[in-house]
Design a protein around this ligand. Sequence first.
Ligand SMILES: [Zn+2]
Ligand SMILES: [Zn+2]
Length: 242
Amino acid sequence: MTVFKGLGEFNDEREQRKMRLVDNLYAYLWQGSDNNCNTYVFAAALNQGRHLVIDPGHIATPFYREPGLDRLLKEMEGDGIAEAAIGLVILTHAHPDHCEAAAAIREKNSALVALHEADEATYQMLGGKVDLYLEEGQLVLGEDKPIKLSVYHSPGHSPGHVTLYWPDHKVLIAGDVIFYRSTGRVDLPGGNAGALKQSIQRLSQLDIEYLLCGHPYGHPGIIKGSEAVQENFEFVKRNFLF
Ligand SMILES: [Zn+2]
Ligand SMILES: [Zn+2]
């Protein structure tokens, strides 16, 4: 069992932020002072070797104006993941700290943006345009070496929040549903504590080896090892919603 208890377990500053997690899945963990989200990337997962970016975050953070997008793109480039080859952006939900950069990536690289329909109105208010709707069910990326993801509609933090499960490697990309020892807020517009509780309950039934959270709240945001993941679900159930 491995738990990323703190930043001390990473070797250097660069390693704190980026990592190739498993197969072609990369994690870019936010380490700035201001709020921004963690970004996850499936490199060359789409046809023609194009990339899938999940939750690109802020262009610049709201208070300190830290460069979110530039930093992300530079780090991706360091891993050989070119911005120009981004083909799809998936948004777990339409909060600015997850979705702000999506419109810029879409415009510059002709990438498509995918979101659950129930978050579309919020996204449109922020100036965003949706190309594809994400629905509960299977999502297959690419044809040569297809990656099969399960999309779960996981409302509560927002009405159209989705989480993505990759059964081949037991990875759950959880967005703002659950964090290390905490949960997503339910006091924002469209939030619903009962729905969040159900979403967490449902996701806790999955066999998860890597729980990838949408933020590094007091923790890098990746909980590794099925035992540690279950422990975290139990902690949250005991102390928060249940
Ligand atoms: Zn959020
Ligand atoms: Zn968030």
